[in-house]
Write a protein that binds this ligand. Structure first.
Ligand SMILES: C[S@@+](CC[C@H](N)C(=O)[O-])C[C@H]1O[C@@H](n2cnc3c(N)ncnc32)[C@H](O)[C@@H]1O
Length: 396
């Protein structure tokens, strides 16, 4: 399946298999998940409220501010729901070949919220902070800046026609990295298969015209590890930049669909940029193989992220979890030359900086090049990577 959201994007042309009954049902399930956000989230607050009411009166008295705080939490959920309504407002039209009626609520769908879907709605709200808020600046600097700088280094703006440089960002999330690349003049396409992300990125990229016009309360579902009540109810404005603020010549698009299915054309891209993506595969080797194939000879793959294998230990899912060392072997085995490599890159993902619980990744960052000549022998490839002093050896 494929979809485009373009530079001044009315996202266009999402043609694909949505005629397919299963896909249609999936689409409806995600719309339903967004719709169930409010009742589901409020029921969580009500649970605390109900318990509070059963406590001894003097306990309740001591907790009067906490009771007021729960009122505030409900107000925040209402506000989030307002944004969610905007996000799903026109999604029936997001894909070109879906009849709007097909996206109406299906009475055969089980109306009970699925827990895992609600977590994804909440994660989508947090992703707005990572990608499109001032509060996400530090996180983006750590994750996206090394990639952007390497692109500028590989394809200097004064030495090429940037619009002739084709850059793909698979697993684009809410699209900020791809947007930033396009903003610098390159032809950039983000690819994403999660409808949670696609609905939200469609809203930001195509509907948000004014800076910081909207607000969400991204941490309102985090009931634990709050130092102050306002850390749970904090409002975050978005978007921090106007997504329509792209040079007139910018070529920016988003495609919807599984990266492995959408990108089948060999030798097409000058650069593939992956951020927190390669661990989203059942078989990471298949991702690496696809990246290798679709890059032009001489093209570069820039990657940053951890190895939080997303399918690991999930029921009914297959997964392999090779270490970074093993992945390195695979990369070289396909015929990439490793040109830059860094470990222990401190990065965060949609992190609430006020929380008492912090999660930080020691990510890996690397830049590798598809050689003009494929060398089948893995041992040969070893000679083509950085030597122990970090110096590059010749291609042959
Ligand atoms: C951990 S998120 C990272 C998003 C973004 N790159 C960032 O750094 O914020 C990984 C994203 O890849 C998407 N994804 C995973 N597997 C995919 C696939 N096979 N094709 C397209 N997108 C995929 C997920 O839906 C998710 O949005």
């Amino acid at each position: 399946m494929e979809a485009n959201a373009t530079a001044n994007p009315r996202p266009k042309k999402m043609h694909n298999n949505y005629e397919d009954e299963e896909e249609r049902k999936h689409f409806q399930r995600i719309v339903a998940a967004f719709k169930y956000y409010k009742p589901h989230s409020l029921s969580r607050v009500k649970k605390s409220e109900s318990y509070l009411l059963t406590l001894p009166t003097h306990h309740q008295k001591l907790l009067s501010k906490y009771r007021d705080h729960l009122q505030e939490v409900k107000r925040c959920i209402e506000n989030n729901d307002h944004i969610i309504k905007l996000i799903i407002k026109d999604v029936a039209h997001i894909f070109e070949n879906v009849h709007p009626a097909a996206a109406q609520a299906d009475s055969t769908l089980n109306p009970r919220p699925v827990m895992v879907d609600q977590e994804k709605v909440q994660a989508t709200i947090k992703q707005l902070v990572r990608d499109w808020s001032v509060e996400g600046t530090e996180e983006r600097t750590a994750c996206y800046q090394p990639i952007i700088e390497e692109i500028l280094n590989q394809f200097p703006l004064d030495q090429c026609t940037p619009s002739n440089v084709y850059i793909l960002v698979p697993g684009a999330g809410l699209g900020r990295l791809a947007f930033e690349i396009a903003r610098r003049g390159y032809t950039c396409q983000g690819n994403e298969f999660s409808l949670f992300m696609l609905f939200a990125s469609n809203f930001v990229l195509n509907k948000c015209r004014e800076v910081n016009l909207y607000q969400v309360h991204p941490w309102v579902h985090q009931y634990m590890n709050n130092l102050k009540p306002e850390h749970q109810t904090q409002a975050v404005s978005f978007p921090d930049v106007s997504p329509s603020d792209l040079p007139g010549t910018a070529q920016f698009s988003m495609t919807a669909g599984d990266f492995l299915e959408v990108y089948t054309e060999d030798n097409h891209w000058d650069c593939v940029a992956t951020c927190f993506f390669i661990d989203c595969a059942n078989n990471v080797v298949q991702f690496i193989e696809t990246i290798y194939k679709i890059l032009k000879p001489g093209g570069v793959w820039i990657n940053l992220g951890p190895l939080l294998y997303h399918f690991s230990d999930l029921p009914n899912e297959e997964s392999i979890e090779p270490s970074y060392d093993a992945i390195r072997e695979v990369i070289l085995g396909f015929g990439f030359r490793l040109e830059k490599e860094e470990t222990q890159v401190k990065t965060r993902y949609a992190q609430n900086i006020n929380s008492m619980l912090q999660c930080e990744y020691n990510s890996v960052y690397f830049v590798c090049r598809k050689l003009h000549q494929h060398i089948d022998n893995v041992n040969h490839n070893h000679r083509n990577c950085l030597d122990s002093n970090g110096a590059q050896e010749q291609e042959n």
